[in-house]
Design a protein. Structure first.
Length: 213
């Protein structure tokens, strides 16, 4: 507590001593360095220079705006043709002789060849379904009363097996197309024959869906 009291008493003395010291330093600086005196500076303007231009006559120039300016012409050296040279492309040709000449008539056209009607006999037996198709009517189509015909293309090989069933025209989004393909895949076929030989044949089978009302 005593130290704090001594500091409070000495603080004004220390501040006054510092202030006096600063003032002394400022006075010494002002004595050692001379003062700056303001000097009058005179600005000398250069003498005015007068330029004298010669009298130039004014000429009126008329521009014809009705037509565009002409392009500069560039001289082109042209080959000099020699008119003394004569060309004779067809010498000693008398066209009147060709016109008055009697040429022989053209030969008559050959007689038309009579067409021969050659009979074309198709000796191919189409595959046949054995026992008919076992068709399951889709329940959704039956409930909604949907009917229609689905055309299915199928390849029947030489052993009577159906392959590659594709719907060519049907009733989509009703389940009839899927039911027709499923029925043909389960069916049994008598294979097609050509000249007494079993062959594979592509056929299109219409599958009719009709409700009994």
């Amino acid at each position: 507590m005593q130290k704090d009291t001594d500091l409070k008493i000495r603080r004004p003395i220390i501040m006054r001593t510092g202030l006096v010291f600063v003032l002394c330093v400022i006075i010494v600086i002002l004595i050692l360095f001379p003062r700056f005196e303001k000097k009058n500076v005179t600005i000398v303007r250069p003498a005015d220079v007068l330029f004298v231009l010669p009298n130039i006559p004014v000429t009126d120039v008329k521009i014809d705006e009705s037509r565009p300016p002409e392009h500069p012409r560039i001289p082109i050296e042209a080959d000099v043709e020699d008119d003394s040279i004569e060309f004779n492309f067809m010498p000693n040709v008398d066209f009147d002789d060709y016109i008055n000449r009697n040429f022989p008539p053209p030969p008559p056209p050959p007689p038309p060849t009579p067409e021969k009607n050659i009979p074309y006999i198709i000796d191919t037996e189409v595959p046949q379904i054995i026992g008919g198709l076992n068709i399951e009517y889709p329940e959704m189509a039956r409930d909604n009363g949907v009917e229609g015909t689905v055309y299915v293309q199928v390849y029947v090989d030489e052993k009577g097996r159906p392959k590659n069933c594709q719907v060519k025209k049907g009733v989509p989004n009703t389940g009839l197309d899927e039911a027709a393909v499923k029925a043909i895949q389960k069916a049994k076929f008598r294979p097609g024959r050509e000249r007494d030989v079993n062959v594979g044949v592509n056929i299109v089978i219409p599958v009719v869906f009709k409700l009994n009302k």
